[in-house]
Design a protein around this ligand. Structure first.
Ligand code: ADP
Length: 479
């Protein structure tokens, strides 16, 4: 029986996993690197152990042994999709809360996973190991071992292919230690629609419906929702069946995600399988009432899934916005600094998964995602209204962030109409500009209360550090 779980991760996802573990009566262990010694996730666990790096599988397994953890949850990112951690766990008799090592290995290869899915009868986007026929251009060049949108290149014409492949190969070699690249049919104006899947060690496979993640910047998701406005009940059945066939084809155990892109004509294609808990899993939880982490732990402990396909229903609508320390108005450059004020929105139907608090230092070392704001309401329109309200109530000072930008996206006519695809932000460049009359009250307050000489009210660290003192003692702090 699993009694102690080490979470091999940091930030919001470590804290989110600890929440469920504590509800299950399981002892929690955090690991931390030197820059994270004072992070919130370290203080949220029953025990904490230092590691050199979140990418050091040996160090993490040693930490699990030192703290008598009998299982490791990898979260997402870092080692979650690296077979080195899962196989190291097997060798050390520590449960890995995720799929089997061979599944991780096979699905970590974009060509191998597509080959397997094609064999299983899942529609797959056409790929070429060598040069695609001229009629198939434009194509995307991708790294076989790629991830995080890195190493992808759009190639419009055959004459540019060789150069693009060489450049992508160099980049992939550096980033992923595997320089193999391939070409893939480029689907015009697609939507990104993925299915949550779950398998157990008793041969049960289910899907837990879709998530639409078409609002992206640099091929990375920033807003996710479920249900998808593009998925009819009939398409949901077909895509859900394909997702379950994908799970069955690899004997999938634990939580995973089958990513598809959907062309404007409704044809869908398998893109890849993510062998871990997804950043955007809360929207699935909000609409189904499931706790996916609890289910992960139970499955890792050898229990059958607590639900069958027919037990599952989608209830209402959920939206997630990823709150980043970044400047959308300046090509989404990440920002660093100290969070001075952090007052998240409250109210019915709101969930905040966050790894920061006032005083948290946002550094260059890690991903600049600060929190995930998730709302639920009975309909898509109501969820949009709630998200707009929640974003305008969010007070976050000391660092530049994307909250206002997200609000502009959510409020835009095309988003409200569900007219979205993965090029949404390129098509709506007006949303990338800061309207002059759109400066939130909190930022104005900050500017008026600080003696800072900076011209911008946009929370330079100095300006809002001054503001923090005033804020903390002011009568408005509970507003
Ligand atoms: P990564 O593993 O690096 O995240 P993915 O293959 O999952 O890469 O693709 C990330 C995003 O890139 C997708 O959500 C989609 O927006 C875009 N994309 C990927 N493949 C294609 C394609 N064949 N045609 C059009 N867009 C694509």
């Amino acid at each position: 029986m699993i009694r102690t779980v080490l979470v091999a991760n940091r930030g919001e996802i470590a804290i989110r996993i600890f929440h469920t573990l504590r509800e299950m009566g399981i002892r929690t262990v955090a690991v931390y690197t030197e820059p994270d010694a004072h992070s919130l996730h370290v203080r949220s666990a029953d025990a904490a152990h230092p590691v050199e790096s979140y990418l050091d599988a040996k160090g993490i397994i040693a930490a699990a042994k030192a703290t008598e953890a009998d299982a490791i949850h990898p979260g997402y990112g870092f080692l979650s999709e690296n077979p080195v951690l899962s196989s190291g766990c097997e060798a050390s008799k520590i449960r890995f809360i995720g799929p089997r090592t061979d599944t991780i290995r096979r699905m970590g290869n974009k060509l191998e996973s597509k080959r397997l899915m094609r064999e299983a009868g899942v529609p797959v986007v056409p790929t070429w190991d060598g040069e695609p026929p001229e009629s198939e251009f434009p194509v995307l060049v991708k790294a076989v071992g790629g991830g995080g949108g890195k190493g992808m290149r759009l190639v419009e014409s055959p004459k540019d292919l060789a150069d693009a492949m060489a450049a992508a190969s160099r980049e992939a070699g550096k980033a992923f230690g595997n320089d193999r690249v391939f070409a893939e049919k480029y689907i015009q104006s697609p939507r990104h629609v993925e299915f949550q899947i779950f398998g157990d060690t008793h041969g049960n496979f289910t899907h837990i419906f879709e998530r639409e993640c078409s609002i992206q910047r640099r091929h990375q998701k920033i807003i996710e929702e479920t249900p998808s406005a593009a998925v009819t009940p009939e398409l949901r059945t077909r895509m859900g069946n394909a997702a379950v066939a994908a799970a069955r084809a690899v004997g999938y155990v634990n939580a995973g995600t089958v990513e598809f892109i959907v062309a404007p004509d409704g044809q869908f294609y398998f893109l890849e399988m993510n062998t871990r808990l997804q950043v955007e899993h809360p929207v699935t939880e909000m609409t189904t009432g499931l706790d996916l982490v609890r289910e992960q732990v139970r499955v890792a402990d050898g229990h059958p899934l607590s639900f069958r396909q027919d037990d599952l229903r989608q209830n209402g609508h959920a939206l997630e916005c990823r709150i980043y320390a970044e400047v959308p108005e300046e090509d989404f450059r990440p920002d660093i600094g100290r969070i001075a004020v952090f007052v998240p929105p409250k109210g019915p139907g709101i969930r905040l998964d966050s790894g920061v608090q006032p005083g948290s230092e946002i550094s260059v070392h890690y991903d600049p995602m600060l929190a995930k704001l998730v709302v639920w309401a009975s309909t898509r329109d109501a969820a949009i209204e709630r998200m707009q309200r929640a974003l305008s109530d969010f007070v976050l000072l000391g660092i530049r962030h994307n909250v206002e930008f997200l609000r502009r996206v959510i409020a835009s006519d095309d988003f409200r109409a569900g007219e979205i695809d993965t090029h949404f932000l390129e098509k709506h460049s007006e949303l990338l500009k800061q309207p002059s009359d759109d400066i939130p009250v909190a930022a104005l307050l900050a500017a008026s209360l600080t003696p800072s000489k900076t011209a911008s009210v946009w929370s330079t660290s100095a300006a809002s550090a001054g503001f923090q003192d005033v804020w903390a003692s002011g009568p408005w702090r509970n507003s």
